[in-house]
Every structure is written in C-alpha cells, then in structure tokens.
Design a protein around this ligand. Structure first.
Ligand code: SAM
Length: 262
C-alpha cells in the first residue's frame, strides 16, 4: 500500500511519555504538533499543555482525528501543510512537539527556525542519522551545514533513540528525539549571517579538501585564514563555529578594504 506523507505511527505509551517529559511542557504552554496522525501523541499533549494546535496535511485523517480527539477540548485541529503554515498567526509563544514526517525533516526544521522568535523549544522525533548531524560538534564526521545552521540559534540535544520496530508500519531507519532550546539572543555575534552561511556551505561542499582549497573562490582567503588564526591545511569539519565566525569576519573586512582601495 502506498503511504503518502511519511505516515509511521507511534503507539507505545512509554515512548510517548518520554517525549512529553523531555519536552519540558507545562500546563501554561501552548504546543504546536506537526502531523498528529491518529492522535496518540496529541492525547498526551492535551493532558500536559494549556492548548494544542495540531497541524495535519492529510484530509483523510482529519475526520478520524476529530472523532478520536473530541474529548480533548484544548486541542485545535488544523488541516494545513506544516511547510506553508503561518506560525506567526499564533498569538502566544509556543513549543513544538512532534513525530515529524521524515521526508521533510530538514525543510520543516528550517521553516520553524524562521519563526524562532515565537518558539520556546522544539522536541522532534526524526531519523537518527539526521539527529546525529544536527547535534554534531566539530571534529566529528557528522558535523556540517545542518549542525551549524541548527546550532546558530538553538542548543540541540539528542535525548534518546527509538527503534524502527516501535512504529506502525516500521520505517527503514531508526529514530531519535532531539530537544532544541531556542535562544532569542544569538549565541554568536555575526555581523553578516548570510555571508557566514554562504562560507559554511561553500566549505562543506568540498569537505575532503583543505579549508584554503574549498574556499579558494573567496578573494584573500589565505590572508583571512591567517587573520583568523587558522591553519589553511585544516579540513572544513575541523573548524568550530567560532572559527567560522572569525573567518567570515576576516573575509568581510578584506573584501571591504578591497572595495575601499579600488
Ligand atoms: N504523530 C503521529 C504519531 O506519532 O503516531 C504521526 C506521525 S507520522 C511520522 C507523520 C504525520 O505527519 C502523518 O500524520 C502525516 O500525515 C503528517 N504530515 C506529513 N506531511 C505533512 C505536512 N507537510 N504538514 C503537516 N502534516 C504532515
């Protein structure tokens, strides 16, 4: 049977309770759940939170959900695509707690990060491999663009793993729960975030090369590496986020001084 929308349902109450516990949700919180499916997690959320906004794309599930969740008066079911949903239309700050569809994990994460000012935390069940990439630090093989993008504004922690056997039907991969505390103030002072992310993406597009080589299209890269105190022979995965911040700053200053001279 064809399964659209990454539908792998979770029924184990112990795992559902563990998700609730590590989310930190309290009875003062509004929670957004992406993809309530058959409402198993939603019922637990309804007992723990002040209000639950459950966003489900699949029209066929909406009627079932309305029946299943009819005793839960604090749950609002919205039929919408979580990638398009205007999260700023929610009046209060909220936590996101969800077993998210695997086929759109990264776009959902980036979409939510756009609305980080409204989000207190995110607790997301996702593929284990993606969870490892999101939470990796430098000098780790999983460290890359996804780790750096996520860790710019959040502190992601891999809380626990979930076997594929816990789902119905089981997916092809194991899963993990990642809890992200979302920071309103940036963890790093970055004058030009766009340039920073461009430098990071360019570096990791050739992660086996040295940093000097993978960033050779940038004018003055050798001087910038020296100013940032970085060995040009380092590989992209050996630079910490602070190193990328200093390197971007140095590149920006060099490019500004070139503009000034010419
Ligand atoms: N929360 C349920 C559970 O834990 O059993 C279901 C989780 S299942 C992995 C993912 C759910 O997300 C499905 O109900 C699916 O229909 C829904 N979904 C998929 N794509 C979506 C999207 N773009 N927007 C909102 N919901 C989506």
């Amino acid at each position: 049977m064809k399964r659209p929308f990454g539908q792998h349902f979770l029924f184990d109450p112990n795992i559902l309770k563990k998700i609730i516990k590590c989310s930190g949700v309290t009875s003062d919180d509004t929670v957004v759940e992406i993809g309530p499916g058959l409402g198993t997690l939603t019922k637990f959320l309804s007992l723990s939170a002040k209000k639950v906004i459950a966003i489900e794309i699949d029209k066929r599930l909406i009627e079932k959900l309305e029946g299943i969740l009819s005793p839960c008066s604090n749950v609002e079911i919205i039929q919408a695509d979580a990638l398009q949903f205007p999260y700023d239309s929610i009046n209060e700050k909220f936590r996101v707690i969800a077993n998210i569809p695997y086929y759109i994990t990264t776009p959902i994460l980036f979409r939510l990060l756009e609305f980080r000012e409204k989000i207190t935390s995110m607790t997301l069940l996702m593929q284990k491999e993606v969870a490892k990439r999101i939470t990796a630090s430098h000098k780790n093989k999983d460290y890359g663009v996804l780790s750096i993008s996520a860790q710019l504004h959040t502190k992601p922690v891999l809380e626990f793993t979930v076997s594929r056997k816990a789902f119905l039907p089981p997916p092809k991969v194991d899963s993990a729960v990642v809890h992200f505390e979302v920071s309103q103030a940036p963890f790093f002072e970055i004058a030009d975030e766009e340039l920073f992310l461009e430098v990071v993406k360019t570096a990791f597009s050739q992660r086996r090369k040295t940093i000097a080589n993978s960033l050779k299209t940038y004018t003055g890269i050798k001087d910038a590496l020296q100013k940032a105190g970085l060995d040009p022979k380092l590989r992209p995965e050996n630079l910490s986020m602070e190193d990328y911040v200093r390197l971007t700053e140095a590149l920006k200053n060099i490019s500004l001084s070139h503009q000034f001279i010419s």
